[in-house]
Design a binder for this molecule. Structure first.
Ligand code: G3P
Length: 222
């Protein structure tokens, strides 16, 4: 059986910054070890190194630039992420869109540095396009449901089903995540039933009073 993946994007929420990021990572580490799920965390860049040092769970960046080390001021390089302890990076998140050429370059620098690449997409066509670049993961997130509290798994399962079908036509090996409005064990179960490997989520965990309780609910139907 494949290991279910739960990726928590802390975005730029205050509730996911500094000590709050540590609190969420601690809860994620506990629930990962209780459940056997792979639970990863995507903090802001400034928190990445301390989190990677303190916790066993994989830490991912929210963005990586497809540039080599050198004269590129203000960029995030894959080798810097690697050195800081990151296991991978989100690419082309809906709140950090890139051009197709930039997505490709970001995927390649992840590959060259042994990092997991998670390319976010917004619909069936872009999911197929992202899959053609052979990232580690394609994460399908309809933007209108992001942060809405309405789960894509329940409100629009068709987009996930059709994306999985379109992705598999171009790439049989890439892993797939379901994202937007994910909040409960039901959502995770449906995401798996639709043929994806897990979920990418943010607000339901980051903004919760008790992130551990939400995470335990998320893995409750595995
Ligand atoms: O990266 C995850 C994200 O865009 C989904 O956000 O708050 O709907 O879980 P949310």
């Amino acid at each position: 059986m494949r290991q279910v993946v739960i990726l928590i994007n802390l975005k730029t929420y205050r509730e996911g910054l500094g000590q709050n990021a540590h609190r969420i990572a601690r809860a994620a580490e506990e629930v990962a070890s209780e459940s056997g799920a792979l639970i990863g965390i995507c903090p802001q860049l400034v928190d990445l190194h301390p989190l990677a040092r303190h916790f066993e769970i994989p830490v991912y960046a929210q963005h990586v630039d497809g540039v080599p080390p050198g004269a590129a001021t203000g960029h995030v390089t894959a080798d810097a992420l690697k050195l800081a302890g990151a296991k991978g990076s989100l690419i082309n998140h809906s709140e950090r869109r890139l051009t197709l050429a930039e997505i490709e370059a970001s995927v390649r620098v992840c590959e060259q540095n042994g990092l997991t690449s998670v390319v976010c997409t917004n619909n069936v066509m872009t999911s197929a396009g992202a899959a053609a670049l052979s990232p580690s993961f394609v994460a399908i997130e309809p933007p209108e449901l992001i942060g809405s509290g309405i789960s894509v798994a329940k409100a629009d399962p068709g987009i996930i089903r059709n994306s999985v079908e379109a992705i598999r036509k171009v790439n049989t090996g890439v892993k797939i995540l379901t994202g937007a409005g994910i909040q409960s064990g039901d959502c995770v179960r449906i995401a798996i039933e639709l043929g994806t490997d897990g979920v990418l989520l943010a607000s339901s965990v980051v903004k919760a009073d008790d992130p551990g309780a939400v995470l335990r609910d998320l893995v409750s139907q595995l």
